[in-house]
Design a protein around this ligand. Structure first.
Ligand code: GDP
Length: 138
């Protein structure tokens, strides 16, 4: 188990002005930000990131959503980071997310759900390396 995970604050949360509020929750939950950038994904880059979902019916919609505005990508450090962060963000569908979770607070729907969190240590490393060079990870 590593102590790092990867996150993106998604375009819906960016549009609604929630970047600061979400970073505050992440900070107060004890995660250390070891890499961070705001970038606009091209459709092709968004498609590459979500390649694992390319057979799913919502893939096109997901790629369009994730490339329609800037995202904040970050690598976070904490003991048991992947599981702890998934708890902090809540269920994929905000209607099922626990009270106090980021998705419960800021997400509108299962598709526009405010934030991403890696689902395994291996994916956390792959996803972090997708956005950040070694020189950008502290
Ligand atoms: P996550 O690990 O909680 O982000 O959930 P998944 O890996 O299952 O899905 C990845 C992302 O695809 C989600 O965070 C949503 O943005 C999107 N997504 C998941 N299910 C649906 C769906 O049924 N419809 C649409 N439009 N998007 C979805």
């Amino acid at each position: 188990m590593t102590n790092r995970t990867f996150t993106m604050i998604k375009p819906d949360a960016t549009e609604k002005g929630h970047i600061g509020a979400i970073l505050k929750i992440i900070d107060e939950a004890g995660f250390r930000i070891v890499a961070m950038k705001i970038i606009l994904l091209s459709a092709s880059k968004a498609g590459e990131f979500y390649e694992v979902h390319k057979e799913r019916p919502f893939y096109g919609e997901l790629v369009e959503f994730m490339s329609r505005g800037p995202i904040t990508a970050a690598i976070l450090e904490k003991d048991n980071a992947v599981d702890e962060f998934r708890k902090l963000i809540g269920a994929t569908n905000p209607a099922q997310a626990a009270d106090g979770t980021i998705r419960k607070l800021f997400a509108a729907s299962i598709s526009e759900n405010a934030i991403h969190g890696s689902d395994s240590d291996e994916n956390a490393r792959i996803e972090g390396d997708f956005f950040f060079s070694k020189l950008e990870q502290f």
